[in-house]
Design a protein around this ligand. Structure first.
Ligand SMILES: NC(=O)c1ccc[n+]([C@@H]2O[C@H](COP(=O)([O-])OP(=O)(O)OC[C@H]3O[C@@H](n4cnc5c(N)ncnc54)[C@H](O)[C@@H]3O)[C@@H](O)[C@H]2O)c1
Length: 454
């Protein structure tokens, strides 16, 4: 896809300045973006960084990526994608064309013209941990040159770009917004949605007008829609708002799911009925909990910042508590099918990833469910076509190879992650009893009498 890049101001002025050889840093940087001759460094080649690196490489930029994970770097060098959502052929083509290089050390990016920081921002001890962003920023200090553009993509506490990133980068001796440029552009990629990075509207922001124009121009090369925010702080806040919205709404239906059945109501039917209202309602669905790198984490970032400002966000905290209670609710419901006793019961969990069609089991509610089954003495196994092994009850558990045999010997099969590759007819045929946390079996007539749901 070709997207016409925007020019920075009046092109005759640009040409005149260039001919004097004194074009300011911002103008030279804009020209490199316009002509796609900028060399782009990407720090962190995960779910966010790698698709961006590929999109930039496909758009004609030379990209150098850094990731601490030696295995990931080795795979990329061999033209293999470490992610399900990126084809090997996309990586191979860029490596062969010399448009993608990879290294294990961000200090060895070689002073690229543009750097995107895409490192994790997890919780450590239940608190926001931005140390990897700061480490990445420190590794860039000696590489900052007049005209360098640094864009933070990682999800962060509002004010991080202005108050933490810029001061670290300015220890280079250069001045932000004068000599080099800084922006924040949150990632909204959804690895299992099928939406490509180019299709998702991209929020962009800069610490000043020059940074804002440069960051906007950069992303116009790779995404169809660019949405400018007035400051990094607003963009940082907006990213947290989006994921908090999701977490709170999922918590609402999860809490309702915990009482609907006792009221004789099928929660999914109620949600589908409510969704026929043409305004003021957005459907969210219950499940075994909320996992992944973003939804359970980002509200904590927002709540932490609000707490510092002296205003605890109690609704967010309640939502987190409800969503965190779901694995226990699921296990209690399954135990209820065996008079409350799970010891020795053979339980097979389907799906370990935190959502369908990906290999990512980070913070997966399905793994929390499995931990609880083990704690309660169940004889547990799991199957996941994408996750070969996960840590359960302190030890690595390997996905079963022969699913049919496993289903046939199970006292109960618990559907936690509804990967599209599961053939539900087959699961139904070979199982005696199923607990369905995703409502995937609702339309199967043969489910009658065999399936319990959340
Ligand atoms: N995964 C998503 O769907 C998603 C969506 C939107 C936003 N985000 C946010 O984007 C950021 C990155 O998330 P992700 O899912 O891509 O993480 P990830 O774990 O998939 O990838 C991050 C990569 O960074 C590497 N890394 C860590 N520190 C490094 C360093 N100093 N130098 C070089 N490499 C380093 C890690 O080895 C890892 O491969 C986080 O802030 C996350 O909250 C993620």
């Amino acid at each position: 896809m070709y997207v016409e890049p925007i020019l920075f101001g009046d092109s005759s002025r640009r040409i005149a300045l260039e001919s004097t050889g004194v074009a300011p840093a911002s103008l030279r940087a804009m020209e490199k973006i316009r002509t796609r001759t900028a060399r782009v460094g990407v720090v962190g080649l995960g779910y966010v960084g790698l698709p961006l690196a590929v999109a930039l490489g496909d758009a004609g930029f030379d990209v150098v990526g850094a990731d601490l994970d030696q295995r990931k770097v080795d795979a990329l060098r061999e033209g293999r994608s470490p992610l399900e959502c990126i084809e090997d052929s996309s990586i191979g083509a860029l490596i062969d064309a010399g448009r993608l290089e990879v290294t294990t050390d961000a200090a060895h990016l070689g002073s690229p013209d543009i750097v995107l920081i895409c490192v994790p921002t997890p919780l450590t001890g239940g608190e926001p941990d931005q140390s990897l962003v700061m480490e990445a920023a420190e590794s860039l200090i000696p590489q900052i040159r007049p005209g360098t553009i640094v864009v933070l993509e990682s999800t962060v506490i509002p004010d991080t770009t202005d108050r933490m990133l810029v001061p670290v980068l300015e220890t280079s001796g250069l001045k932000a917004e004068v000599d080099f440029f800084v922006g924040f552009s949150p990632e909204r990629v959804d690895p299992s949605s099928g939406l490509d990075v180019v299709d998702v509207p991209k929020l962009v922001s800069g610490i000043g007008p020059k940074s804002a124009a440069l960051v906007e121009a950069l992303y116009r090369n790779i995404v169809k829609t660019v949405v400018p925010a007035s400051s990094p702080r607003v963009a940082e806040f907006t990213k947290l708002l989006e994921n908090t919205f999701r977490d709170v709404n999922i918590a609402l239906v999860n809490e309702l799911a915990q009482v609907a059945r006792d009221m004789g109501v099928d929660i999914w039917e109620a949600i589908d009925l409510a969704a026929t209202k043409p305004y003021g309602y957005t459907p969210f669905y219950p499940g075994p909990g909320v996992g992944g790198h973003c939804i359970p984490v980002d509200p904590v970032y927002l709540a932490w910042r609000a707490e510092v400002a002296g205003k605890p966000l109690t609704m967010l905290q309640d939502a987190r508590r409800v969503n965190d209670s779901m694995p226990g609710f699921v296990v209690d419901r399954v135990a209820g099918l065996f008079d409350g006793e799970l010891t020795g019961k053979k339980i097979v969990v389907l799906g370990a990833a935190f959502k369908k069609d990906i290999e990512d089991a980070r913070n997966s509610a399905s793994v929390d469910v499995m931990d609880l089954f083990v704690e309660r003495g169940a004889d547990l196994s799991f199957h996941d076509p994408y996750c070969p092994s996960v840590k359960v009850g302190g030890r690595m558990l390997v996905s079963v190879a022969d699913l049919v045999t496993e289903l046939e010997s199970a006292d109960c099969v618990v559907i936690c992650t509804d990967h599209s590759s599961y053939v539900w007819d087959e699961v139904l045929e070979h199982s005696r009893l199923i607990f369905d946390t995703r409502n995937v079996l609702a339309s199967y007539a043969s489910a009658e009498g065999k399936v319990q749901k959340l």
